[in-house]
Ligand binder design. Structure first.
Ligand code: F6P
Length: 345
């Protein structure tokens, strides 16, 4: 019998489809093992405020296909205010958790790494639509986002063709262009622009002009919100930074669309997909990956293994150390982007 009796779970950072399957899997696997499960509300904020709910079979019933997270989320960084950290540590001790499972991306898991140094027993589950965490092949949420973006590209194709227009579609992807690259390949985009490669506006216009010269009088350009121009210009909605120092991105699509229309003379329209990519029901892939991650996290807890992150490697769910390296950035695979480029124009 495992000595582990009480498991906590929280979801932090931007939400994504697949969080509820993880919460359900953690709860059901832990209950099977005779454990009690406590859900912490709204990421690290819930641990600061001691906002905790008991999760039982009833509370996770019916949540598998639902987007978002029944626990709520926030981008709270407890390392900004010393008082927040003091409260968080006191509440963690009072809850008498044997282990806390933190489900999050680079910021939430980055906090988890720091808290482990304060003595907290934590396991990590990687999530983000951006798929940019270094120690896992895939994060859940990504597949759903790619499918949503692909469908949007498909829809834009038909109207682009009817009106002989250029369609620019801006997708999410702060530091890495995984969504842009994968949705762009799947949707047959004519140009894909990602944060990893500076935008060369002239080159983009050349590709479009050549395409039009060979009789294709409509084009699709996919641009990740974090893509920068060659002079380093990043387009942000506002300068204000969140608790982790990120600016709110958005707007590159419109800036680029304006330049392309001006330089090619072709009528251009811009679509910003935004949070539609993060909403709604998870794909089967994300439900299954979330379920496998949740089960594995509990099994690690039962085995007394803490300080680990669950990770998909090939088709295996493994445990890797939860440390600075695990939350480091994974940029787009060069080989994949090279394949995407073969279809430009
Ligand atoms: O990290 C996930 C993500 O969706 C990024 O792609 C995007 O830049 C950011 O979150 C948007 O954050 P918010 O929900 O705070 O607008």
């Amino acid at each position: 019998m495992s000595p582990v009796k009480r498991i906590g779970v929280l979801t932090g950072g931007g939400d994504c489809p697949g969080l509820n399957p993880v919460i359900r899997a953690i709860t059901r696997r832990a209950i099977l093992a005779g454990c009690e499960v406590l859900g912490i509300k709204n990421g690290w904020q819930g641990l600061i405020e001691n906002a905790v709910v008991t999760l039982d079979l009833q509370s996770v019933s019916g949540i598998l296909p639902k987007g978002g997270t029944i626990l709520g989320t926030s981008r709270t960084n407890p390392y900004i205010q010393p008082e927040d950290l003091r409260k968080l540590l006191a509440n963690y001790r009072a809850l008498k958790l044997d282990v806390l499972i933190a489900v999050g991306g680079e910021d939430t898991l980055g906090v988890a790494v720091k808290l482990m140094n304060e003595g907290l027993k934590i396991l990590g589950v990687p999530k983000t639509i951006d798929n940019d965490l270094s120690r896992t092949d895939y994060t859940f949420g990504f597949d759903t986002a790619v499918n949503i973006a692909m469908e949007a590209i498909d829809r834009l194709h038909t109207t682009a063709e009817s009106h002989h227009r250029i369609m620019v579609i801006e997708v999410m992807g702060r530091h890495a262009g995984w969504i842009a690259t994968c949705a762009g390949i799947a949707g047959g985009a004519d140009v894909i622009l990602i944060p990893e490669e500076p935008i060369d506006t002239e080159a983009v216009c050349e590709v479009i002009k050549k395409r039009h010269a060979r009789g294709k009088d409509f084009s699709i350009i996919v641009v990740a919100e974090g893509a920068k121009f060659r002079d380093g210009t990043l387009v942000a909605k506002e300068d204000k930074r969140d608790a982790f120092g990120h600016v709110r991105l958005g707007g590159i699509g419109h800036v680029l669309g304006g330049l392309v229309e001006e330089r090619t003379g072709f009528e251009t329209r811009v679509t910003v997909l935004g949070h539609i990519q993060r909403g709604g029901s998870p794909t089967a892939f994300d439900r299954i990956l979330g379920t496998r991650f949740g089960v594995k996290a509990v099994e690690l807890a039962l085995a007394g293994e803490v300080g680990k992150m669950v990770s998909l490697q090939g088709n295996q769910v493994m445990a890797v150390p939860l440390d600075e390296e695990a939350v480091a950035m994974k940029t787009v695979d060069r080989e994949l982007y090279t394949i995407a480029k073969l279809f430009f124009g």
